[in-house]
Design a protein around this ligand. Structure first.
Ligand SMILES: [Zn+2]
Length: 330
């Protein structure tokens, strides 16, 4: 990569102050003692499985801890009951949230699906690049970067904060047109809290180097053979899932349909504070849970517990997640 003066200046301008001020970015709601005790993820966690002739890898970026109050409808008794049904440990104050990304290898394409959180957010996140390297994929080999949406825990690995350069030099950024417009709408940005604006700034900075190579799509677009995008509006207006079909097998990577595995399968009506439209998010969540239950369709998700492959079953008027068995096929 040649660096001329003009490029250098533009790169310097690309590195936002937020990226060099980790304290602004650290996971909110995480007790500092807990943070200090948290061990960095040294060993990359990856999981491979096949969907027909297509290979899908789950890449663990890390995990965070958030206040239960980020579910505005949270209530201790209902939360505890939901966590018990989900076989999850329960803390009346906080819940844990995994952060996954996925990588898809088709016959002729290598498609990244989301890119984790920026390492500056804390010691327990930012493992995406290591996980990518663990499956033997060099950043240069990724030919398509598909972002389900432009939140910081989904595009955080896309740009090197020390240089402002793209981490994936050969991949166009494929994202819904509605999402790109939403994230770059200054009027909507101005309505956000200061804290959320700090995250928003980083999200914008992470995708900015890809501005010239972005591919804005509509829901339903096929981004590669067997990979079809699915509209999942609510979490953000342009939130997209990715459906993978090969042979007789299918998988839906549903992005952020679920944020709290302890709560939301039992309480799909509980939206998340970061859902841009909470009513719409709940509506979409229920529709998708119904669809994958009826079709017995395998799902994957960025905030499902690693490796984040499984099935949804009906359970007493609500739902239950069942992790997919290990795939031994070569
Ligand atoms: Zn997310």
């Amino acid at each position: 990569m040649t660096v001329n003066r003009r490029k250098f200046l533009s790169v310097a301008a690309l590195v936002p102050a937020a990226l060099t001020a980790p304290s602004v970015l650290r996971l909110s709601g995480t007790a500092s003692a807990q943070d200090a005790a948290a061990k960095p993820i040294q060993s990359p966690m990856v999981m491979r499985r096949r969907i027909g002739e297509i290979e899908v890898f789950a890449l663990m970026d890390g995990y965070g801890t958030f206040p239960n109050g980020m579910f505005p409808s949270f209530e201790v008794k209902a939360g505890e009951a939901a966590a018990k049904l989900a076989h999850k440990s329960f803390d009346p104050a906080t819940f844990s949230i995994g952060i996954n990304a996925y990588l898809i290898k088709t016959k002729d394409r290598i498609v990244a699906v989301d890119a984790g959180a920026p390492a500056a957010m804390g010691p327990t996140v930012g493992g995406w690049a290591r996980a990518l390297s663990a499956i033997g994929v060099a950043p240069e080999q990724v030919d398509t970067m598909f972002a389900t949406h432009i939140h910081v825990d989904h595009v955080g690995g896309l740009t090197d904060p020390s240089t402002g350069y793209k981490v994936l030099p050969n991949a166009p950024l494929v994202v819904s047109e509605a999402e790109w417009k939403f994230v770059h709408d200054d009027a909507i940005y101005a309505q956000q809290s200061k804290d959320f604006q700090a995250y928003w700034d980083v999200s914008r900075a992470m995708v900015k180097p890809y501005d010239g190579v972005k591919l804005l799509i509509q829901p339903g677009a096929e981004i590669a053979s067997g990979l079809t995008t699915v509209a999942l509006p609510g979490h953000t207006p342009g939130h997209l899932g990715l459906r993978i079909d090969s042979g007789k097998e299918s998988l839906l990577i549903w992005g952020d349909i679920i944020h709290g595995t302890a709560f939301q399968f039992t309480r799909p009506d509980w939206s998340f504070a970061l859902d841009a439209d909470q009513a719409k998010a709940a509506q979409t969540r229920k529709a998708i849970l119904d669809m994958v239950t009826a079709d017995d369709m395998m799902v994957a998700g960025m905030h499902l517990d690693f490796p984040g492959f499984g099935f949804v079953e009906r359970d007493n008027g609500a739902y239950r997640f069942v992790a997919a068995p290990y795939d031994y096929r070569a």
